[in-house]
Design a protein around this ligand. Structure first.
Ligand SMILES: Cc1ncc(COP(=O)(O)O)c(C=O)c1O
Length: 445
């Protein structure tokens, strides 16, 4: 088992197997992207699609009228959190939270990618069947002819939960038959919510990857089936990447430059890798070496870390190194990273840090008290990021290696929060109660 991982550093392997939280730095950062990788023009296209469909979105979802149909979340200065956790010796560095937990309709980071892919499929189908003209108003996709067409097709997806919510809600709103394949241990409230939206939920024994595989096989057998493939989809990836363009505008509005003397650090929870990978890819096309992206993964499920550290393009899973992929962070409970994404992240990702479930609860409790934000456990994985960078030996080595130490006072740190606004109140109460107990334990220790 372990002998199949030739490039694994023994200390790293031991640390992962002991489930010690750790920061891994990517030795391949800055290497060339694969020749067939997407480019800025592909993100332009995704951005243009979301823009031309904004009127349709506002028509389908009245709650989007104030944003004129755009799905976006605030970038919020997190001063109180920074005071509670930050480093007083760097008074001018600024911490922000990119609040994708509050993204409308789908309530998670999976919204942009999921909506983008369903809209792209709907456009393609309507154009091919003559229901929409190339320059036609996309609101026609909500008209009777389009709905009649879409009703003949099934859009399906395999998901830990939040991608299912995004795809299911969008597909059902356009009149497609929508099917979401989930593992039996996926959160009950997510399944209930989907069923209430008219989405069929199929439960599978086993983990997320098995749910995806079952969904893919069923969809392939259906000539009018369309499968949104979380492990391999470029359309999802490009939809997520659009977030970077929007973030760049928000940073400019907050007067936070990103350049050689103003580094940007971004910390994003990672499951299969599509959402954080797309965001990183988008940010790198805009800010290149001035942005430093780190993924956060549970100690039981560090699938992207394992894939990248193995230094190989053959798939390597967390099970291969003896981990069990069992975590309360359901959105991040993925054993095998997307290879589409890992190939790109090899060149672009600065590193990965791991978090325990207990840390997730402490963070979601702290951020509720300092910033008034209610998150689900997966969404709180990024909060250890600034500390790893500025206070650990590995983090300081990274800063030294990239000549960043003298610019840290003018750095911007962004913790990406990725889900939570649709979680039922009783669940939040349980998360908070658990966080309170664990925070008290941490303080005593
Ligand atoms: C709340 C939350 N955060 C982060 C992620 C990670 O996204 P990805 O699986 O694309 O890496 C997910 C995935 O479902 C999620 O639900």
């Amino acid at each position: 088992m372990i002998s199949t991982l030739p490039a694994f550093v023994p200390d790293l392997l031991a640390g992962l197997q002991k489930r010690n939280p750790l920061l891994w730095l990517n030795p391949a950062l800055g290497s060339a992207l694969p020749k067939d990788s997407p480019g800025a023009a592909d993100i332009d296209e995704a951005e243009a699609r979301l823009l031309r469909c904004a009127g349709l979105m506002a028509h389908l979802f009245p709650e989007l009228q104030s944003s004129e149909g755009l799905i976006e979340s605030p970038l919020t200065r997190a001063e109180r959190l920074q005071q509670a956790m930050g480093d007083a010796t760097e008074p001018d560095a600024a911490w922000f939270i990119k609040s994708d937990h509050a993204l409308p309709i789908a309530g998670s980071v999976k919204a942009r990618g999921g909506f983008h892919e369903v809209l792209a499929f709907a456009e393609k189908l309507a154009l091919e069947c003559g229901v929409l003209a190339h320059d036609g108003d996309r609101r026609e996709l909500a008209g009777a002819a389009a709905r009649e067409l879409f009703a003949q097709y099934t859009v399906s997806v395999g998901s830990t939960g939040n991608l299912g919510l995004s795809i299911g809600v969008m597909a059902a709103a356009l009149g497609f038959r929508a099917v979401v394949h989930m593992s039996t241990d996926a959160k009950g409230w997510k399944k209930d919510r989907l069923r209430k939206c008219g989405v069929q939920v199929i439960e599978h024994a086993g983990d997320y990857a098995q749910a995806v595989a079952a969904g893919r096989a069923q969809s392939l057998a259906d000539p009018k089936g369309y499968f949104v493939d979380d492990e391999n989809s470029l359309m999802l990836f490009l939809g997520y990447a659009v977030a970077a363009r929007r973030l760049a505008n928000q940073l400019a509005a907050q007067k936070r430059p990103v350049d050689g003397t103003h580094p940007l650090f971004v910390y994003i929870p990672c499951g299969v890798g599509g959402a954080p990978g797309g965001i990183t890819f988008g940010l790198k096309t805009l800010f290149s070496e001035h942005v430093h992206c780190f993924f956060a993964e549970p100690v039981a499920s560090p699938c992207m870390l394992v894939q990248l550290a193995a230094g190989d393009t053959a798939p390597v899973s967390v099970y291969d190194i003896g981990l069990d992929n069992r975590t309360e962070a359901d959105g991040l409970a993925v054993g095998q990273a997307s290879l589409l994404v890992s190939r790109l992240m090899r060149a672009q990702l600065s590193g990965v840090f791991t978090v325990t479930d207990a840390q997730l609860y402490v963070h979601l409790h702290r951020v509720a008290h300092t910033e008034g934000m209610l998150l689900e456990p997966s969404a709180a994985a990024g909060f250890e990021g600034p500390q790893w960078l500025t206070r650990s030996d590995e983090g300081r080595a990274y800063l030294r290696q990239h000549g960043l130490e003298r610019h840290m006072a003018s750095a911007t740190h962004i913790v990406w929060t990725t889900g939570g606004s649709l979680v039922p109140r009783e669940e939040h109460e349980q998360f908070q109660a658990r966080g309170q107990v664990l925070a008290a334990q941490e303080e005593r220790a």
